[in-house]
Design a protein around this ligand. Structure first.
Ligand SMILES: [Cu+2]
Length: 211
């Protein structure tokens, strides 16, 4: 019985909806006929398409509740970006600088990005506080100005990430595929700094799925 009643309600709801749509269509046609006689057609407005903007953060071992044996880490470390599109990434970095060792100073220079990096200092105690002055650069000081890098060798992309700052950049993603990104600034443990976080997937290495 309940089922029949429910169907009845649905049928009458559909009936009312159809009548309403017919009414709106009739009203629109009437307006269109009257309007065309007296007014010029309005200009077609094309909605601006916003460039996709993604945010990553780099968190310190303290923030992750771990030790120097694990962190720091990019969060998230694996994510998806749209193919063949200009995308903007902001890396919110809570970590301090690690000097780039002799021979790898090139990683302090941005490659494969559109335009330049914009860098806004981050108050790590009050990260959502008032915005600070933004500076632009294409290259940072390899000794004191780089904390990590966001490097995708296969795409020719290298982004030096400023310490305790928001680093924002735009790049063209290109063809669909799966790409490994890696930090090239030895911020991990051990004599070389290439241990711990540097070797762990999900810390200083991850996967970008371009789809
Ligand atoms: Cu790193």
């Amino acid at each position: 019985v309940k089922k029949t009643a429910a169907i009845g309600v649905t049928a009458s709801t559909i009936g009312v909806t159809i009548l309403f749509i017919l009414g709106v269509v009739a009203w629109s046609i009437g307006r269109g006929a009257a309007g065309s006689a007296t007014t010029a057609p309005a200009a077609v407005k094309v909605a601006p398409t916003a460039m996709p903007h993604y945010y990553l953060s780099i968190e310190t071992p303290d923030m992750l509740g771990g030790t120097e044996d694990t962190g720091p880490a990019y969060v998230p470390a694996s994510f998806t970006l749209p193919a063949n599109e200009d995308v903007t990434l902001t890396i919110v970095n809570f970590d301090d600088a690690t000097a780039l060792p002799a021979g790898s100073e090139d990683y302090a220079t941005a490659k494969g990005i559109k335009g330049s990096l914009s860098i806004e200092p981050l108050d790590t105690v009050n990260p959502n506080g008032v915005a600070k002055a933004v500076t632009t650069a294409t290259s940072l000081d390899p000794a004191k100005g780089v904390s990590h890098t966001f490097t995708i060798v296969k795409l020719g992309l290298n982004v030096p990430v400023a310490p305790k700052a928001r680093t924002t950049f735009t790049f063209h993603t290109g063809a669909a595929g799966s790409y490994t990104w890696q930090c090239m600034d030895p911020c991990g443990c051990g004599d070389t700094g290439w241990g711990c976080a540097m070797g762990h997937m999900g810390y200083m290495r991850g996967t970008v799925t371009v789809a």
